[in-house]
Design a protein around this ligand. Structure first.
Ligand code: HEM
Length: 192
């Protein structure tokens, strides 16, 4: 199988996106675990209980969300940076760089075609996440619940993609794509 070479711009964009996705996953992980609003509300209520004070569940949730907000702002900042990176990524082919690969190219093997199709599905999902994310921040309030519902589904493709992607690269490294890890890191094949 032909071993692809990865240009500098390809590698920079790839690792910038990969790091940002990891950070994005971290913010979601924190929102679901340590900074989950029920957990934080329970901590506040416990503390207040020692002083015989109480707050309604709704007030507790408002406080819990306010405590979580500085962390969650990072989700939004990272989201905006990803919007910028994807805009660069999609405009590069116009300048003859980082061309889009065609999964319908007749010369492709079944495996490569499947791999390229998977990337297209992933890109479509990301575009939906980015658009709904920005709409939640800047769009009209009327559709906020619907947009939020669609956006929250992002987790169902994000984690499986990361797992499949890493597993695919490791499998490739040990089968017909030897040196792929070295090429995406250094741009060249490792010297033996
Ligand atoms: C590929 C990019 C993105 C992915 C995979 C992603 C993923 C997610 C997920 C899984 C949630 C749901 C967390 C939960 O269920 O509580 C979420 C919530 C949220 N995201 Fe994103 N996100 C992305 C981009 C963005 C962008 C670009 C923005 C805004 C600029 C954004 C703003 C938000 C906000 C405000 C929420 C909270 C919604 C709520 O109030 O529950 N996201 N995101």
């Amino acid at each position: 199988m032909e071993n692809s070479k990865y240009s500098k711009i390809y590698r920079i964009i790839h690792f910038a996106m990969a790091s940002l996705f990891m950070l994005l996953i971290l913010t979601i992980f924190l929102k679901f675990t340590w900074l989950n609003k029920s957990n934080v509300a329970a901590i506040i209520q416990n503390y207040l209980g020692d002083y015989h004070l109480t707050l309604s569940q709704e007030q507790l949730y408002v406080l819990a969300k306010q405590i979580r907000q500085p962390m969650w702002n990072w989700h939004i900042y990272i989201g905006y940076v990803l919007v910028g990176l994807f805009a660069i990524r999609f405009s590069l082919p116009l300048f003859g760089k980082m061309k889009f690969q065609n999964p319908f190219d007749k010369s492709l093997t079944k495996k490569l075609r499947f791999q390229k199709l998977l990337y297209i599905v992933f890109y479509i999902c990301i575009i939906i996440s980015l658009i709904t994310g920005v709409l939640m921040e800047l769009g009209p309030i009327e559709y906020n619940e619907l947009v939020k519902g669609i956006h929250a589904l992002s987790i169902y493709y994000l984690i499986p993609f990361v797992v499949i992607h890493i597993a695919g690269v490791i499998m490739g490294e040990f089968t017909d794509q030897k040196g792929i890890i070295s090429r995406i890191v250094n741009g060249t094949e490792e010297k033996k």
